[in-house]
Design a protein around this ligand. Structure first.
Ligand SMILES: NC(=[NH2+])NCCC[C@H](N)C(=O)O
Length: 645
C-alpha cells in the first residue's frame, strides 16, 4: 500500500508515535527531502549566522586537518613501511582523500546543511544509516577532541622544561586508590575552545585562522630550514643503499593507509554549510584549497625529513625535532613544539566545532531532543549543544587517557566518507523524490487530488524505483489510469515506464557495487581465511563490482548541476568510477582497523541502536509524515497554508 496506507498509519498512531510492524522497518529507510526542515517542522527556529567566507573555510579545514599526524606519523611510517617513499605515501593518501573531497563538494553544494554526512545520508539512503553515521560521528568528534586535548599537555610541558615543572593547576595528577591520571590542562583547553565556539562562528574561525597561520609558519620553517640543512650536508637520507623503496611498492601503499589519518578533518568544513555566505561557490573551493594546502605541506615536510635522516635511524616519537637536533639545531625544537601545540589546538577546535552542528541537525529532524537544536539569539550559534559537547569532551579529557581508543575515532570519518560517496551515486542515478509532509497536511491531499484531476491512490509496488523506496511506494501516482512518476511527469507512457525501469536497474547496480566492494575488500584483508576462499571471494566481488560499474557507466545520469532548486555548483567528475573508488578505499580502511576496534565500536553502535529504537524512531519528524511526490508537494503545501493559518 502506498500513500493512503501511510495516512492511515499516521492517523492510527496511538499518540506515542508507535506504528505498525511494517512501518517500524520502514522507519529505517524513510528519507527526508533537502528542504524538508522547513516543510515538516513549519520551522520557527532561528537560523545560524551566515558569516563565513572562503578564507574562513580554508582556515577551518586546514586547522582541523593538520594535527599530530604529520608531527608524529612520519617517523614510524618511514621507519617501518615506506622509507624515503614516505612522500609518495602522502601523495597517494592525499589522492584518496581528494576522492572523498570531490564527493563532499558536490553534496555540500546540493544539500548545504550543518548535518554534513548525516544530512546527505538521510536524504539519499535513509533514516537508519543516517542515524548510524550521526551516532558514529558523535563518537569520533568527542573522543577525537578529548584525545587531541590530552596530546597537548606533554607538548606544552616542553616550554616549562618538562611535565614536572608545569604549574600545579595544569600538571597531571594520579588520583590515589583508583589510579586514574587526571589532566587539568587538557580539560582547560577544551573549555577554552568551547567558550570560543559559543562566542560566535566568525570569532571562532578568526581564532582558527591565527592558530593555523602559526602552525603553517612552523611547517614552512621545517621545510625551508630543513631544506637548507639538507642542501648543505648532502641529503644523507637519500644516499642509503636500499634505495627509494626499501619496503617495495607494498610498503609505500601500507604507509599511505596509515598517513591517511593525517588528512582526516577537512570534512569539518561541510558542517558549517549553513553559516557560509555563498555555500554553492565557497564550500567546494574551501574543501579543495584546504586539502591541497595540507597535501603540499605534508609532502614537502616528508621530502625534507626523510632526506635529513636515514629512514632506519628516524626517531619514532619525535621525528622532526630529533632530525633537527641531530644536526645540532637545538633551538628549532621550540619552533617545532609551537607548531605541534598550535596544530593540536586547531585540531581540537576542528573536532568540537562540527559536533553541536550535527547534533543540531539530528535534533531538528526529531532524532534527538530539541535541546540540541536551540540556537542562541545573540550569538546565532547552537550554544546549548556546544556547551554539552564541551562539558562531555572536557570530562573525558580530564579523566581518561583516550589514546587507547584512537582507532575508534577513524570509524566515524571513514563511515561518513563511504556513505557520502554512495550518496553521490544515488543522487546521480536514483535521485530521491519523496517529499515528507506532516500529518496535519493530510486533509489537503484530497483537495489537491481534485485540483490536479488525479487520484492519489494505492501505488503499485511492482514499479517501485529502488530497493530503498519500496516501503514508501506512495511516490507513484496513478493519474487517470496511467502510472506517473514525479521525475517523469512529461513524456509518453512508454518513456515513463522505461525511466522507471532505468531507476530500478540503477538502484540494484549501486547495491551490487557496494556488495562487490565489501566482498572484495573483506576477502583481501581477512588473512585468517584459507587462500582459496579469499581468492574466490575476491573474484566474485571483483566481477560483481566490474559488471555493475559497466551497467552504471552506460546509464543516463543526472549531471549534478541543477537539482533541488538551484543550478550551478560543483559536480563530482568521473561518476560512477570516482565515488566507487572512494567507497572501495574507505571500506578497505574500515576493515583494516581490526577486530579489536570494531568490537569497541560495536558497543557504541548497539547503544546507538537502542537510543534510536527508544527515542529517535518515535520522535522523528518523518514519523508523522506522509509521502507524496515532490512534484506535487509544493502545491499541497501552498494549498494547505490557508487551512493551517
Ligand atoms: N575529526 C577528527 N577525527 N580529527 C582528527 C584529525 C586528525 C588529524 N588529521 C591529524 O593528523 O592529527
Amino acid at each position: 500500500m502506498g500513500l493512503i496506507k501511510t495516512c492511515e498509519n499516521s492517523s492510527n498512531s496511538n499518540g506515542d508515535g508507535s506504528k505498525s510492524g511494517s512501518w517500524r522497518m520502514g522507519s529505517l529507510i524513510r528519507k527526508k527531502q533537502v528542504d524538508s526542515v522547513h516543510i515538516t517542522r513549519r520551522d520557527t527556529h532561528l537560523q545560524l549566522a551566515k558569516k563565513l567566507s572562503v578564507f574562513d573555510l580554508i582556515a577551518i579545514g586546514v586547522g582541523a586537518t593538520i594535527g599530530a599526524g604529520v608531527y608524529i606519523l612520519v617517523g614510524t611510517v618511514a621507519r617501518e613501511h615506506a622509507g624515503p617513499a614516505l612522500t609518495m605515501s602522502f601523495l597517494i593518501a592525499g589522492i584518496a582523500a581528494a576522492l572523498s573531497a570531490f564527493c563532499y563538494a558536490e553534496l555540500a553544494c546540493r544539500c548545504p546543511s550543518a548535518g554534513s554526512a548525516y544530512h546527505y545520508t538521510y536524504i539519499c539512503i535513509g533514516e537508519g544509516v543516517a542515524w548510524l553515521v550521526g551516532w558514529a560521528l558523535i563518537l569520533e568528534y568527542t573522543i577525537g577532541g578529548a584525545a587531541v586535548a590530552r596530546g597537548i599537555t606533554p607538548n606544552l610541558a616542553l616550554f616549562f622544561g618538562g611535565e614536572d615543572n608545569l604549574p600545579t593547576f595544569l600538571a597531571r595528577h594520579t588520583i590515589p586508590v583508583v589510579g586514574i591520571v587526571v589532566d587539568p590542562c587538557a580539560a582547560l583547553l577544551v573549555i577554552i575552545v568551547t567558550v570560543l565556539l559559543c562566542i560566535g562562528i566568525k570569532e571562532s574561525s578568526s581564532a582558527q585562522m591565527v592558530v593555523t597561520t602559526i602552525n603553517i609558519g612552523a611547517l614552512l620553517f621545517i621545510i625551508t630550514a630543513g631544506g637548507y640543512l639538507g642542501f648543505k650536508t648532502g641529503w644523507a637520507g637519500y644516499k642509503i643503499q636500499s634505495g627509494y623503496f626499501p619496503f617495495g611498492i607494498n610498503g609505500m601503499f601500507a604507509g599511505s593507509a596509515i598517513v591517511f589519518f593525517s588528512y582526516i578533518g577537512f570534512d569539518s568544513v561541510t558542517s558549517t554549510a549553513e553559516e557560509v555566505k555563498h555555500p554553492q561557490r565557497d564550500l567546494p573551493l574551501g574543501i579543495a584549497i584546504a586539502l591541497s594546502i595540507c597535501c603540499i605541506l605534508y609532502m614537502l615536510v616528508s621530502v625534507v625529513i626523510v632526506g635529513l635522516v636515514p629512514y632506519n635511524a628516524m626517531d619514532p616519537d619525535t621525528p622532526i625535532s630529533s632530525a633537527f637536533s641531530s644536526y645540532g639545531v637545538q633551538w628549532a625544537v621550540y619552533i617545532i613544539t609551537i607548531g605541534a601545540v598550535t596544530a593540536l589546538f586547531a585540531s581540537l577546535l576542528g573536532s568540537i566545532l562540527p559536533q553541536p552542528r550535527i547534533l543540531m541537525a539530528m535534533a531538528r529532524d526529531g532524532l534527538l531532543p530539541s535541546f540540541f537544536s536551540d540556537i542562541n539569539k545573540n550569538t546565532l550559534v547552537p550554544v546549548k549543544g556546544t556547551v554539552a559537547t564541551g562539558i562531555f569532551a572536557a570530562a573525558l579529557a580530564f579523566f581518561m587517557d583516550v589514546s587507547q581508543l584512537a582507532g575508534m575515532v577513524s570509524v566515524g570519518t571513514l563511515l561518513a566518507f563511504t556513505t557520502v560517496a554512495a550518496s553521490v551515486l544515488i543522487l546521480r542515478y536514483v535521485p530521491p523524490d519523496e517529499m515528507p509532509l506532516p500529518s496535519s497536511l493530510q486533509g489537503s491531499i484530497d483537495s489537491v487530488s481534485l485540483q490536479f484531476g488525479c487520484n492519489i491512490a494505492e501505488s503499485d509496488s511492482r514499479i517501485s524505483g529502488s530497493p530503498g523506496s519500496c516501503e514508501t511506494d506512495g511516490q507513484f501516482l496513478h493519474v487517470k489510469g496511467e502510472i506517473h512518476h514525479p521525475l517523469i511527469l512529461g513524456g509518453t507512457a512508454l518513456e515513463k515506464r522505461s525511466e522507471l525501469t532505468r531507476r530500478k536497474i540503477a538502484a540494484w547496480a549501486i547495491t551490487f557495487v557496494c556488495l562487490g566492494i565489501l566482498a572484495f575488500a573483506s576477502a583481501a584483508s581477512v588473512e585468517v581465511l584459507p587462500s582459496i576462499l579469499r581468492l574466490s571471494f575476491c573474484g566474485v566481488g571483483g566481477a560483481l563490482l566490474l559488471c555493475s560499474l559497466i551497467v552504471l557507466a552506460r546509464m543516463k545520469q543526472d549531471n549534478g548541476r541543477h537539482s533541488f532548486g538551484h543550478t550551478g555548483g560543483f559536480a563530482c567528475p568521473f561518476v560512477p568510477f570516482l565515488p566507487a573508488a572512494c567507497i572501495f578505499i574507505n571500506t578497505y580502511l574500515l576493515i583494516d582497523l581490526g577486530a579489536a576496534t570494531w568490537i569497541r565500536v560495536s558497543v557504541w553502535l548497539v547503544i546507538g541502536a537502542l537510543v534510536y529504537a527508544l527515542y529517535g524512531r518515535k520522535h522523528s519528524s518523518l514519523s508523522d509524515a506522509v509521502y507524496v511526490p515532490s512534484a506535487y508537494a509544493n502545491e499541497i503545501y501552498l494549498h494547505s497554508s490557508g487551512s493551517l493559518a
